[in-house]
Design a protein around this ligand. Structure first.
Ligand SMILES: [Zn+2]
Ligand SMILES: [Zn+2]
Length: 271
């Protein structure tokens, strides 16, 4: 039976706009069967988007409360969107999304998720303007997540192309980028990581396609990769943003199922 789920959501514990309770309410309203919270993991420097280590116990407590409140109506999971530069190891969560928001080392000037100017500045200051070197550094970090047994889901795999459409930075369909990204996919697939099809940048008007881009989704299908659907929602109205269109896209590519977390493992849900 088809099971609709979103494991990638943010709340006021990090940079989301709504409480976990409000997000759960919205999930029920749009007909989700289960919902996972995935706070940005604590970072080793001051920032305005990740949860701090001292807030983690309150995060866990609140999600336990939401789980209780919605019992029988919505299954609630406590996840984490873990950045590889995080100050903690991602242990003790129901599931972990492994994401990269910056190119190591962990500092805000290394962010590729913030503004086009910061990304451009990083390209020139650290990589001397060599786009290929930056592509390699970025996807190399993703490939390394294959060795991390805590990571279940690969988050927004080609986030580096966030400013592709409106700022012409790292064009998402650039042949070199696609080739390098495809190579980085292989170890992750071998390590049985699941790729999220993330509509977050679509909901913010930054992109007309999800992460990973359509050509990368084709490649993922050829390599027999597995996908899960998420919206990286930072507000209740975005919980299932473009889900219908993504299901259609995935069917067109050839996928026959998405993978959903059932509390202990990822299981197929027919498309
Ligand atoms: Zn993220
Ligand atoms: Zn996120």
């Amino acid at each position: 039976m088809k099971h609709r789920q979103n494991l990638h959501t943010h709340t006021t514990f990090d940079d989301g706009r709504a409480s976990p309770m409000d997000m759960a309410r919205a999930a029920v309203d749009v007909g989700l069967e289960s919902l996972g919270f995935s706070a940005h993991s604590p970072m080793p420097y001051e920032n305005d988007w990740a949860i701090t280590e001292d807030r983690l116990p309150a995060y866990r407590q609140e999600i336990a409360r939401v789980r209780e409140e919605f019992q029988g109506r919505l299954t609630v999971y406590e996840g984490l969107e873990w950045d590889a530069c995080s100050s903690i190891e991602p242990t003790g969560f129901d599931y972990v999304i492994g994401s990269l928001h910056l190119i190591a080392p962990g500092q805000e000037e290394s962010s590729i998720d913030y503004t086009p100017n910061i990304t451009r500045h990083l390209l020139y200051s650290r990589f001397g303007g060599d786009e290929r070197a930056m592509i390699q550094a970025y996807f190399g970090q993703y490939a390394a997540l294959a060795a991390n047994h805590h990571v279940d889901v690969v988050g927004h795999f080609d986030l580096l192309t966030k400013f592709s459409e409106h700022h012409n930075l790292f064009p998402a369909h650039d042949p070199y980028l696609l080739q390098y990204a495809s190579e980085a996919m292989e170890p992750l697939i071998r390590a049985e990581k699941i790729f999220e099809v993330n509509t977050g940048a679509m909901s913010r008007g930054l992109r007309s396609e999800p992460y990973p881009s359509v050509p990368l989704l084709h490649r993922l299908y050829e390599l027999r990769g597995r996908v899960t659907l998420s919206s990286d929602a930072h507000g209740p109205e975005l919980i299932t943003h473009s889900f219908d269109a993504m299901e259609e896209l995935l069917r067109t590519i050839g996928f026959r199922e998405t993978w959903v977390f059932d509390g202990s493992a990822f299981v197929p849900s027919p498309l």
